[in-house]
Design a protein. Sequence first.
Length: 302
Amino acid sequence: MKAPQNHFLHAALLMFASTVGFGLMALTIKYASRTLPTFEIAFFRNAFGLLVLLPIILHSKAPLRTKQLPRYLLRSAIGVGSMLSGFWAIGHLPLSQAIALSYSTPLFVTIAAVIWLGEIVRKRRWAAVIVGFIGVLVVVHPGTSEFSYGSLIALLAAVLSAIVAIQIKQLSRIDAPDTIVFYTYLFWVPMSLVPALFVWRWPPAHMWVWLAATGLFGTVAQLLWTRALRMGDVSALQPISFMQLPMVSIAGWFLFDELIDHWTLVGASIIFAANLYIAHRETQLARLRATSALMEAVKPGE
């Protein structure tokens, strides 16, 4: 009985470490954006991230050959668009609002899965998606004096991130996860350099530490997140990832004098509840499909 508990505990610790890593990355982006344009920060995040990733990929001996280069180019281009939008949101919006809106990605993933993958979504999951978008409206509160068009940039990042998630599902049918990560970073570096050149400012000496930390935290957090999901159910681990919101909200108040907006917290709670149900339902359906496939495989007389 203890082995499964220890297995989940290990996955939970990995997810928590990943959440801390993503939170620290957001803080380093916010700090660096006081001196440098966010487009340039995105380039250095990718460049330093690739340096962190290379020895890990080489040690894992992942197969680096692929027949899907055109797909990687498209996936990387959309991913860079998502990253630039997300970094801009972190640099220009309150941290709590930028992170809360990033949680809308699973809602868009559900819609994208219907469009691109032909997945069947039943009434209960559609209801959860609608509830989630109500939470998004609470965070954005359009039509009020507190509405910011910058929040639409954060939502654009979530939409593009959802498309990337669908593309990763398609790529993973052929290539190993480490292969996908390697080619993603390989294309991200030159692709993110192009927009950075238009706003380039040479970083001051003290800023290099923060830029390197952005790449380190982001890459390590991504690797930990992937390994956590490989070990445990999404529905059980996803609540841990939402710890990032109170962490960055408190840090934003303490480090950057940002007020914690109660509407953001209410909206984020609604989005969280919707995502939790979607993840729980998807896990249930995956188990049912696996059980059905097993029963088909062991039919008597075949």
